[in-house]
Design a protein around this ligand. Structure first.
Ligand code: ATP
Ligand code: MG
Length: 564
């Protein structure tokens, strides 16, 4: 069982861990880590990695560290460090007292570099980045040795010290591992271990002007923290020999790197670099725009941690890349919200209805069920009065064949209210637009029940005009028009942005109880979908609801068809 109570599915990484436990490879320890680079906000892909790393630790009574991989001061910021911690916590995971930074180990990493120079396994190289690239060769051609490859040991030590002391310009020198310029694996062709970068670091300030590269840093951090299983995405498979080489040459504790397929989702871009671009170009309001696949965007949209964890469990963990249908994520969300969201009535596009035979000053409190899935959630009172709002779409003056909702002369049920019959239509003299309906009600149908068993074909939601509260509602569609946003003939992924991904409806009418809603609270607006009170833009006196997800479940349909 997982910490969250769901029985998690098995996968190849669990098999590896079970085997390691059997053979006592790490004395029965399981210690993982989640290692984000603080160069952006976390996204749903990171959630997969978080659930996997923290989930495995919990399942095997092990530990999971949160470690910031902060070796690139040019792109990293404290804002990101903070948001990442908030997101991991919100997802329901706890790193205890094990919050680390790669920058905590800069001194140890530097010592290791000196040691590799001593062992003649590293050298200072004066080639420029471009020259290094040219010397590296290609997949079909071997590389050539750098002219600095056989520098005397003493010179290397001195030069590295001078690099650290700030004597050289950015890019003028590097420290490189001395491995094999003819290796078929390009990562093994004397990779760079340190580069010169005169930039302030968000934690170490100006203490360093050389920064260790990812491949050199990562394994050492894992080793220092006693990580047993260092889980990363498939692109790092070709880096594993290098991960192993550094640890073996350094002669330190050797965790094992295991790769799994990253999450890709339809209608979504996932890389932080691309998400940053959307923010910077103003295509979205911020990192937590409810259309963003970021954890903070999903949270603001109304996603629950449970639904995301459930999704991560359902997609599984494998070795082959694939693209997951975003409908599955939405399905997991509906599944969760169906159980927890209170039902309420909200009219998004109001049409006034006057009940001609209803007493002018009367106001009745009708009893409404809060959640038919959970009787424990009780009931509430909803006011009914002479003037109501219904949804504009629920009336047709000239109804087509299969339209069973309100039309002239037709009777429908108002949920928890009464049966009403349309007896008149008022139009704007100038535009011809319908501005009001006149109806009569049947007093014998209080609560929406028919006394004599006669049936109506439609049940509508409504709110009392006298007591309605106003709200703005934001309807979201996919941020991209194409299921693969990268699939563009010209330009880049921004070409496939959906111009209608946000629709704002300003004059919605809600049942009065919603005035008490707290930011982030979730509701089902009957017949419309799930909605969440926006925690950022809602202010006192102005309610703004995000549509979290519509009711229609396209995934359930896919599953049903698969079973046929
Ligand atoms: P991005 O390209 O989106 O910036 P990244 O891999 O550079 O992603 P990191 O901050 O380095 O981002 O990632 C932290 C951890 O999350 C890594 O272990 C990485 O493998 C994992 N991760 C990142 N993206 C995904 C994804 N789409 N699916 C699963 N795991 C992911
Ligand atoms: Mg990265």
């Amino acid at each position: 069982m997982s910490p969250t109570g769901s029985a998690l599915s098995s996968h190849f990484i669990k098999e590896i861990i079970l085997e390691d436990l059997k053979t006592q490879k790490y004395q029965g320890r399981v210690h993982t880590r989640f290692p984000p680079e603080p160069n952006g906000y976390l996204h749903i892909g990171h959630a997969k990695s978080i659930c996997l790393n923290f989930g495995l630790a919990a399942e095997f009574q092990g530990l999971c560290n949160l470690r910031f991989d902060d070796t690139n001061p040019a792109k990293e910021e404290v804002e990101y460090v903070e948001s990442i911690q908030e997101d991991v916590k919100w997802l329901g995971f706890d790193w205890g007292d094990r919050l680390f930074y790669a920058s905590d180990y800069f001194e140890q990493i530097y010592d290791c570099a000196l040691q590799l120079i001593q062992k003649r396994r590293a050298y200072v190289c004066d080639l420029t980045a471009e020259e290094i690239r040219a010397y590296r060769g290609t997949l079909t051609e071997p590389g050539r040795d750098s002219p600095y490859r056989n520098r005397p040991l003493e010179d290397n030590l001195k030069l590295l010290e001078r690099m650290r002391a700030g004597e050289f310009e950015d890019g003028s020198r590097t420290l490189r591992a001395k491995i094999d310029m003819t290796s078929p694996n390009l990562n093994m062709r004397d990779p760079v271990m340190y580069r010169i970068l005169h930039a302030d670091h968000h934690r170490t300030g100006d203490r360093w002007c050389i920064y260790p590269m990812y491949d050199f840093t990562h394994g050492l951090c894992d080793s220092i923290e006693g990580i047993t299983h260092s889980i990363c995405t498939l692109e790092f498979e070709d880096h594993r020999p290098l991960y192993d080489w550094f640890l073996d040459e350094a002669g330190v504790f050797h965790p094992q790197q295991i790769e799994f397929a990253r999450l890709n989702l339809t209608y979504t871009v996932m890389s932080k670099r691309k998400l940053l671009r959307l923010v910077q170009d103003g295509q979205v309001s911020s990192w937590d725009d409810p259309r963003m696949p970021t954890i903070s965007g999903l949270r603001r949209r109304g996603y629950t941690p449970e639904s995301i964890r459930n999704f991560c469990d359902r997609i599984g963990v494998s070795k082959s890349n694939s693209v997951v249908d975003i409908a599955l994520l939405e399905h997991c969300l509906r599944d969760d919200l169906n159980k927890r969201a209170q039902r309420v009535m909200a009219v998004l596009h109001p049409l006034r209805v006057v009940i001609d035979n209803y007493p002018e000053d009367q106001l009745e409190e009708m009893e409404a069920v809060n959640n038919p899935e959970d009787p424990g959630m009780g009931t509430r009172k909803v006011p009914f009065s002479k003037v109501l709002y219904i949804e504009r779409d629920d009336f047709r003056e000239d109804p087509p064949k299969k339209f069973f909702r309100l039309a002239p002369g037709r009777e429908v049920r108002l949920r928890y209210g009464y049966f009403i019959t349309c007896v008149g239509v008022v139009k704007d003299d100038q535009t011809g637009e319908i501005i009001e309906l006149h109806c009569t009600y049947d007093p014998r149908t209080r609560g929406g029940d028919s006394p004599d068993g006669h049936k109506v074909k439609a049940t509508l939601h409504w709110v009392s005009a006298a007591r309605a509260i106003d709200a703005e509602v934001r309807i979201y569609e996919h941020l991209f028009l194409k299921s693969d946003p990268e699939d563009v003939e010209e330009g880049d992924f921004t070409k496939t942005l959906n111009p209608d991904s946000l629709t704002t409806i300003t004059s919605c009418k809600l049942e009065p109880g919603l005035a008490e809603a707290k930011p982030g609270m979730l509701f089902q607006f009957e017949r419309q979908g799930y909605f969440c009170l926006d925690p950022v833009d809602s202010i006192k006196g102005k309610l703004i609801f995000n549509r979290t997800v519509a009711l229609k479940d396209s995934w359930a349909k896919i599953e049903k068809e698969d079973k046929k």
